[in-house]
Design a protein around this ligand. Structure first.
Ligand SMILES: Nc1ncnc2c1ncn2[C@@H]1O[C@H](COP(=O)(O)OP(=O)(O)OP(=O)(O)O)[C@@H](O)[C@H]1O
Length: 247
């Protein structure tokens, strides 16, 4: 049965991460709805990257991460991930086709993709305006080009949750808008919950459905307007806003 859009939900409950005696994240509770873009913001060292690592299971944590369908049944959560950057050997001969083919088929990267796989990769890349990159070497791509390729791989097949860590570095203003518009189409057409960590909260705000202000714990969450207008936001970024009570 096809579910109604926006009704599936990934819930992060009471997530805590410690390193030795240091508590990096404490009691983080967030709901991430399918078809919505949730943007996590916070000052440097707030724990944004740690949150992503914990959600990906790369960092030990306590708390629960659950996925529920519209009937409230718990299911297995599939996650797609686009990292902030990827270290690629500048001499690596691996092409975009080699990389995507290996990711989509789980074959070793040295096995050349056949005609069918080439067609499939081209189709996936075309949805992100990246089909012309198919024969380029990965190491020759710009930051923005690489992000598009990684995004195409991360959403094939469509995960329930897509996590993006600061994917805008290396992308200019125009590229940034196109990128956010692509995310908007993605969440609508594929009904994916998207979690985006961003420093550029002003640019991303018009595209965000929800915003979470993090600093060790969740200080504030709600619509972008609610969060960006909150006292917690002002305090976290030490802002003085003329015309309002800054006490
Ligand atoms: N493995 C670790 N052991 C000890 N401390 C850690 C570890 N990983 C991160 N930290 C500390 O946890 C805090 C949060 O780090 P994190 O990188 O998650 O923050 P962030 O919000 O992503 O920061 P930025 O915006 O600067 O990238 C920092 O003070 C960092 O030094």
């Amino acid at each position: 049965m096809k579910h109604e859009k926006g009704f599936c939900c990934t819930t992060v409950e009471h997530l805590c991460v410690s390193a030795g005696r240091t508590t990096i994240l404490e009691d983080v509770t967030i709901s991430l709805h399918c078809g919505q873009l949730t943007v996590v913001i916070g000052p440097n060292g707030a724990g944004k990257t740690t949150l992503i690592q914990a959600l990906l299971g790369e960092m030990r944590h306590t708390g629960r991460l659950t996925f529920c369908d519209p009937q409230g049944r718990q299911g297995r959560l599939s996650i797609g991930y686009v990292p902030q950057s990827l270290h690629i050997d500048p001499n690596s001969p691996v092409s975009v086709l080699d990389f995507c083919g290996a990711m989509l088929s789980s074959s070793p990267v040295f096995l050349k993709a056949g005609r069918k796989m080439r067609q499939r990769v081209r189709e996936e890349l075309s949805q992100f305006g990246a089909s012309d990159l198919i024969d380029r070497r990965l190491c020759d791509l710009s930051g923005g080009e690489l992000q598009r390729v990684l995004l195409a791989v991360a959403v094939t097949p469509a995960p329930q949750l897509l996590i993006l860590d600061e994917p805008v570095s290396g992308i200019d203003r125009n590229g940034l808008q196109v990128f956010y518009e692509r995310l908007t189409s993605l969440k609508r057409e594929r009904d994916i919950a998207i979690l985006l960590v961003s420093h550029d909260f002003q640019s991303v705000a018009p595209y965000a459905d929800r915003m979470v202000l993090l600093d060790r714990t969740v200080l504030c969450q709600g619509t972008p307007q609610e969060v960006l207008g909150s006292k917690e936001f002002q305090d976290a970024f030490s802002l003085y806003v003329p015309g309002r009570d800054n006490q």
